[in-house]
Design a protein around this ligand. Structure first.
Ligand SMILES: NC(=O)c1ccc[n+]([C@@H]2O[C@H](COP(=O)([O-])OP(=O)(O)OC[C@H]3O[C@@H](n4cnc5c(N)ncnc54)[C@H](O)[C@@H]3O)[C@@H](O)[C@H]2O)c1
Length: 367
């Protein structure tokens, strides 16, 4: 069977609204961006990506040869002139912004660069959007870490204050503030008839999935160590995170962008796309669950060294997305881990990973 054809037909049954839509996606060479590029391609969208070269080696972008399936512009979001030129040339109807320096520990090493990319990058993007006459819908992808985290046990809802202890979290809170300001000042929902642009932001949890090779992230650390036959070193075994498979927030971004595109200002606000409360597990639970599938792996050891501060407790309240967008998580944490193991085994066996990703997207879409 032609897997690509099969995937497209299946997804079209689910949703035909992306066919031939022009989409400008920043961060397409990264983990989430590559998955979203594969999904958008399968839905028939015309995607232009704008990002630096893939941040890891290997990368999902390269192993799936995504440069052949989309227009890929390698550029820096800090370069406002180049970004504007690329966006205007693409004439997008929908913009999804994912380019970022996304790592907490890297943000302690390079705070200024993190702010330049994550804050001025979004300012430059909005300046390009202001110059465009084609854009109708904008989704800025931030994070659950944008909230002021007082380590309380309840989940964050969208109206809570922005904050952030470390430079990454605070830079994403700034990105949210920039988004809110551009929405109020230039794309105000009250004046939608004049400007025609609907702007939203999306906050997701700790995203996991096949094809992530980032440094200092739990799942890639486990896979790297297991494949090398080494023990994985665990920093914060009791830290609780809202884990979710990468297709979960991506389905939320797609749904949100679609609503912004078709119904405009009604959806022009901030949205959480987190997992169900039962999927917020501690790090040690995840490690044990991963190794349950991997009896040959050598296990883990606690890393008792001193580490920079990272939030201990983070949960997202996604009731609004459920109620108003009809979005709900589909793959719970156990299934998400099963999919990662399947993906990793397929990769280790040298399979066609574009087909594997498409098959997982189809399975997710049709559930
Ligand atoms: N992975 C997660 O758990 C998670 C959770 C919540 C939010 N997010 C957000 O989702 C988005 C994607 O994250 P990811 O996990 O795919 O990260 P990633 O590191 O895999 O990808 C980041 C992307 O941004 C690009 N990029 C980085 N700096 C750039 C610059 N100066 N100019 C242009 N492009 C640049 C990279 O080239 C890459 O394409 C980020 O905005 C991140 O903050 C990620």
């Amino acid at each position: 069977m032609d897997l690509r054809q099969g995937a497209v037909e299946d997804l079209e049954i689910m949703n035909n609204s992306w066919k031939d839509k022009r989409v400008f996606l920043t961060g397409h060479t990264g983990f989430k961006g590559a998955w979203l590029s594969i999904w958008l391609d399968a839905l028939g969208a015309k995607v232009t990506g704008y990002a630096l070269k893939p941040p890891t080696e290997p990368s999902l972008f390269k192993i799936c040869r995504l440069d052949r399936r989309m227009k890929s512009v390698i550029g820096d979001v800090r370069d406002g002139v180049k970004l504007k030129k690329a966006l205007l040339a693409a004439k997008p109807e929908i913009v999804i912004h994912m380019a970022a320096q996304p790592l907490v520990r890297e943000s302690y090493r390079n705070p200024a660069e993190t702010y330049e990319t994550n804050v001025m990058g979004v300012v430059n993007l909005f300046e390009a959007i202001r110059a465009s006459s084609t854009v109708k819908a904008v989704v800025n992808v931030t994070t659950d870490k944008c909230y002021e985290n007082k380590e309380h046990a309840r989940a964050f809802h969208e109206e809570e204050p922005m904050g952030g202890y470390d430079p990454y979290s605070s830079s994403k809170a700034c990105s949210e503030l920039v988004t809110a300001t551009y929405r109020k000042s230039f794309f105000n929902p009250k004046d939608f008839a004049k400007h025609g642009v609907a702007v939203a932001s999306a906050r997701a949890g700790n995203v996991i999935g096949g094809g992530d090779w980032a440094a200092d992230r739990l799942i890639p650390d486990i896979i790297r160590a297991a494949l090398r036959g080494e023990k994985v070193r665990i920093r914060s075994p009791r830290a609780i995170r809202p884990w979710q498979h990468v297709l979960e927030p991506l389905s939320g971004y797609l749904l949100l962008a679609e609503k912004l595109y078709t119904q405009g200002p009604k959806y022009a606000e901030a949205w959480n796309f987190g997992p169900d409360a039962g999927d917020a597990k501690d790090v040690e639970w995840i490690v044990k669950r991963m190794f349950g599938h991997w009896p040959e792996a050598p296990g883990y050891a606690l890393d008792k060294g001193r580490h920079p501060h990272e939030a201990h407790y983070l949960k997202l309240d996604s009731a609004k997305a459920r109620r108003q967008l009809g979005w709900a998580p589909r793959w719970h944490i156990g299934q998400a881990i099963d999919k990662i193991i399947d993906w990793t085994r397929a990769y280790a066996a040298g399979r066609d990973m574009l087909a594997v990703c498409r098959a997982q997207i189809t399975e997710y879409s049709l559930k």
